[in-house]
Structures are given as C-alpha cells and as structure tokens.
Design a protein around this ligand. Structure first.
Ligand code: NI
Length: 138
C-alpha cells in the first residue's frame, strides 16, 4: 500500500566568514557590485541551514527518516567543515567559489545529494541573516 509522502526538516547553525568578490573584475567593479561584502579581510555571518528530506512514511518505524540521522549527516558534511572557518580559504570543496548564499546552497546540495538512504533530498534553505535566505531544489 502506498504510504503518505511527508517532508522532514532539520535546522542547523554555523558561524563563518566570507568575502564576496570576482577576481576577474577590477577593484572598482568589485566595490560597486559587492560593496561592504568585498571587505578584503572578510566579514562574518550566523548562518542557519534547513535541510528537507521527502519520502513515504515507513509503516514499521513511522519515520520518513530518523531526524538524528538527518542531523548527523548535515553536521558531518556541512557544519563541521564550515563552522568557524573562512569560506574563501578554509574549506577545500568551496575553493574557487565566490561564496554568495546562492553559490553556497548549490555547493551544499552537491555535497549532501546521495547521502540519504531513507527519503530523498528535497530542498536546502540557507539563511545568511534572519531576513535573507536562498533555497535550492536541485
Ligand atoms: Ni556576507
């Protein structure tokens, strides 16, 4: 019998620094486009990441995915790698990426995709501030 499909979300937190700039732009153009975000030594954010997995409810456990499992995967692959780091320099799999929220959420998707045995990755929402967030559905 087909089970209902439910969306399960875990929210996690990390602090990180970044600098937004495009090395192919002049200094003037980087300042014009990125403003304060182009500060040479970077600046910090309190990031929130929400990862949603969808799937049919397992009739035996009542779960789509054990939230502890979801938390551990995001912790290990994203939070432990990015927390208290400078995203332009310290995270090998972000090298060469201009770390806007848009580029980060796609990189996080590529890193998480394929990690779930239960359910499947549906959306990642990345908050750069309380009011600004981006979403990627893969
Ligand atoms: Ni920023």
């Amino acid at each position: 019998m087909t089970q209902p499909v439910v969306f399960v979300t875990r929210k996690l937190h990390f602090n990180a620094a970044h600098r937004l700039f495009n090395p192919s732009f002049s200094n003037e153009k980087n300042d014009e486009i990125f403003g304060k975000c182009n500060n040479a030594n970077g600046h910090g954010h309190n990031y929130e990441i929400e990862v949603t997995v969808s799937g049919q409810i397992d009739p035996e456990t009542g779960y789509v995915i054990d939230l502890k499992v979801l938390k551990d995967i995001v912790d290990r692959l994203i939070v432990e790698e990015c927390d208290h780091r400078h995203l332009n320099f310290d995270v090998p799999w972000l090298k060469g990426i201009n770390p806007t929220a848009e580029n980060l959420v796609v990189a996080f998707w590529n890193r998480l995709a394929g990690s779930f045995k239960q359910g499947k990755l549906h959306v990642i929402r990345l908050y750069e501030t309380e009011r600004n967030y981006v979403e990627y559905f893969g």
